[in-house]
Design a protein around this ligand. Sequence first.
Ligand SMILES: *[C@@H]1O[C@H](CO)[C@@H](O)[C@H](O)[C@H]1NC(C)=O
Ligand SMILES: *[C@@H]1O[C@H](CO)[C@@H](O)[C@H](O)[C@H]1NC(C)=O
Ligand SMILES: *[C@@H]1O[C@H](CO)[C@@H](O)[C@H](O)[C@H]1NC(C)=O
Ligand SMILES: *[C@@H]1O[C@H](CO)[C@@H](O)[C@H](O)[C@H]1NC(C)=O
Ligand SMILES: *[C@@H]1O[C@H](CO)[C@@H](O)[C@H](O)[C@H]1NC(C)=O
Length: 594
Amino acid sequence: MTAVLQLSLTFAFLCLWSCITSSSQCKLNDEDTFKILIATDIHLGYLEKDAIRGNDTFVTFDEIMKQAVQNEVDFVLLGGDLFHDNKPSRKTMHCCMEVMRKYCMGDRPIIFEILSDQAVNFSHSKFPWVNYLDSNLNISIPVFSVHGNHDDPTGADGLCAIDLLSCAGLINHFGRSRSVEKLEISPVLLQKGNTRIALYGIGSIPDERLYRMFINNQVTMLRPREDEDGWFNLFVIHQNRSKHGATNYIPEQFLDDFLDLVVWGHEHECKIAPVRNEQQLFYVTQPGSSVITSLSPGEAVKKHIGLLRVKGKKMNLQKIPLQTIRQFFIQDVTLSEHPDLFSPEQPNVMLKVMDFCQEKVEEMLEEAERQRLGNSLTPEKPLIRLRVDYSGGFEVFNTMRFSQKFVDRVANPKDILHFIRHREAKDNIKAILSHPTSEVLQLRVEDLVKEYFQKAEKNVQLSLLTEQGMGKAVQEFVDKEEKDAIEELIKYQLEKTQRYLRERRVEATEEKIDEEVKGGAFKEDLAIIRAKAHRDRSDSVRDDDLNLSDEPADIAVESDEASTSAPTIRGRGRGSRGTSRRGRGIYINIHKHI
Ligand SMILES: *[C@@H]1O[C@H](CO)[C@@H](O)[C@H](O)[C@H]1NC(C)=O
Ligand SMILES: *[C@@H]1O[C@H](CO)[C@@H](O)[C@H](O)[C@H]1NC(C)=O
Ligand SMILES: *[C@@H]1O[C@H](CO)[C@@H](O)[C@H](O)[C@H]1NC(C)=O
Ligand SMILES: *[C@@H]1O[C@H](CO)[C@@H](O)[C@H](O)[C@H]1NC(C)=O
Ligand SMILES: *[C@@H]1O[C@H](CO)[C@@H](O)[C@H](O)[C@H]1NC(C)=O
């Protein structure tokens, strides 16, 4: 059954393919072409207190939104981590709102429609409709975003910074899920002329949990009933793409094969040119962050945002290089590879090594200056990192004096040098390879708690709180300044324990309670608790049309036949049509993709 279905899907795909290859060319800016600006991981507020780099994220956000205006896009699509901190500072929030208000408001008409039921699609919002259909707001460029792991919903009310922007009418937050055990991803349906986009998204979920949901078949992608194959299926995800341990990432193969393009957030290296997944036959674009948050090789790749054009089932992604990004140069040196210059036994070896490192930094600075020539938007002081492998008997030197020499010319004078030793080097490289951008070395509070619980297993009082739940709560307490996290967890576990004991009619002798409690009935973590609380409360393109040059290029046009054929209605019952709450557009029923 499944096999037959797959066969017919492949066949449909091949048909489409041949239509495309034999099709003609057309203009890029017509009434059937969606123009979408894609960007991700803007990390507003990153190092906002830094005397040199403090404004970097705000300046670049301004550049990105300006590009949206200049390119007259229909909307902006963000892949999460708009904010660096879960609770952005007032300054960060203010800068963000200032930029959005400056560029996204105005009289310019918006010419695409929302076909899905907005009251459903934005049900978590107090104003459950897209901002541009709000009669009290004049939106010229709608922004759609999922949340990332830095700006995810927390606290008893499950709100995140993006929800504040949403309430202010500046952003359309989508891809939220109430459940943590099961996911039904259904699209926001958009139409411009004859082009229809099904926009799917999942806001950041801890990788392990999402991985588990995929493995247990708990993730369902819903598809429009009407004209199922006539949609361009665009999916935004904010997860680890590169592998970290067995389940700490999401393999592309997990995603449904009906998708056309996946926009992958979270990973900071710019790999924006769409790469075809040969198994699933979709393309993946990884725009990368618009700010350098770690001095690792992945962040040294030139940063871009994308101008995505979609017409019918065809797409074109134009790379737009960002001008305001601070330059970053990174170089590795291995001291033992220069026996002609110095050896560990020499009396003045330390000074020689220092001179050598200084020379390398000077080289990078010269290169930075050359590349910056004529580009007034690029910040003056570059980021410089020299990784020095000192294995083989060399010693590290005090970097203070070294830093002094560059204090006026480098944006990160304090951490230019990074000493590594061979064994350590291997580990570092392994960590960097597996995740070039994460803060690999950061000590996780969660791990400390885990360790504590492993040691303190006998502690009766604490056995009510699972190690996992407690770890999460403490993590939220520290990372996200979520002051109520621990109290919430304790209260919940206490109630649950009481209920459990009552149900089992355990006589309240202390030993019995211990026994029951240790039986392992309390394996929930904070996120599950919260999701439950929420539920209770609410009750509720193909190769040849891919042109990746920096210049706009023509898109092939599909023959009309496919789009004029009558829509097929599948699934149980007929697709109902009706007016959406805000009186614009029809909505279309969605059915499960098998
Ligand atoms: C950031 O911008 C503000 C306002 O333009 C300015 O006063 C401040 O000095 C800038 N800070 C940095 C670190 O450049
Ligand atoms: C969007 O609305 C449709 C109804 O038109 C609904 O079936 C679907 O679940 C909604 N999607 C989301 C993400 O809420
Ligand atoms: C939005 O712009 C239109 C066109 O200029 C204008 O008629 C309308 O009054 C504006 N609405 C608001 C709420 O400012
Ligand atoms: C990605 O992997 C890192 C390293 O294992 C992990 O700390 C992080 O939580 C993962 N990201 C997500 C969104 O789960
Ligand atoms: C992409 O577009 C450029 C400029 O229009 C054109 O010269 C080039 O041949 C195109 N490349 C492909 C692969 O179609």
